[in-house]
Design a binder for this molecule. Sequence first.
Ligand SMILES: Nc1ncnc2c1ncn2[C@@H]1O[C@H](COP(=O)(O)OP(=O)(O)OP(=O)(O)O)[C@@H](O)[C@H]1O
Ligand SMILES: [Mg+2]
Length: 295
Amino acid sequence: MTPELMEAGAALRARHEAAPQGPASGGREASYARLLQPGQVDVTHGAILYLEDITVSFDGFRALNRLSLNIAAGELRCIIGPNGAGKTTMMDVITGKTRPDAGRAHFGSTIDLLRLRESQIAQAGIGRKFQKPTVYEQLTVFENLELALKADRRVRASMLARLNGEQLDRIGAVLTQIHLKPSAQRVAGLLSHGQKQWLEIGMLLMQDPLLLLLDEPVAGMTDEETERTAELFLSLEGQHSLVVVEHDMKFVEALTQGGANGKRVTVLHEGSVLAEGSLAQVQADEKVVEVYLGR
Ligand SMILES: Nc1ncnc2c1ncn2[C@@H]1O[C@H](COP(=O)(O)OP(=O)(O)OP(=O)(O)O)[C@@H](O)[C@H]1O
Ligand SMILES: [Mg+2]
């Protein structure tokens, strides 16, 4: 264990246990969180995420305007829409970074996300990938995944503890999934932009989240990297639920093809759902063409 790894570990844990932002944080959420048991996300009603009438205002401007959205357990949902539509703000609400002025947000049918802090939401099983990769450049690919594993408080491993066989297998499986097995011992700083994005997705997968939120995951990737990312996401579908925000329509096409009716795509505009349906349906929708696709 190198000093850098120790330091990175502390930083990683700090990120996961970051103090909450927003006015509603405090003891009320902490006591609510104590009632929750690990693995108790209730998806018996079929949905993993319920957003209902969520409104977020910034100085009177409504970034989200009575947004309602349900994501089924195991679903891969693409969300598209023009700049400023509220896509990132929606992810900020789901992850507890931004508190809505009104509305309801549940994880499974029982967990009230609006009563949890950011770190508690992550622990409950929601992983988020921001646009810019935030891997530890001076550590190897393997060490980055190891850190992500140990940052999981359910594992409660000391940074100094040796990995057990099961943990090694888990890292191996994720390395294969993210196409980085041959680069396991490479320093992350030497990876391509696309590979860094995969590594960060791998770090999220180490925590085995039920729901993954991915904000513009293929921005800046080569065409080949984009195609492989689509394959990766499709391989995660079913075991995880995924909400993917993207402007790259070729990528959205790759994610939604297959299946008799095609997968659902949601179009956001001015903070609410403008259209929802198969990609073909939303592409044929005049309102969608006008505000987004026809530009
Ligand atoms: N912290 C903030 N303070 C003030 N306004 C904000 C804040 N965050 C977002 N906004 C505004 O809310 C609106 C929605 O922004 P958001 O980032 O959610 O859009 P988006 O759909 O993710 O767009 P893009 O496709 O460009 O990423 C924008 O008009 C943005 O300027
Ligand atoms: Mg955005």
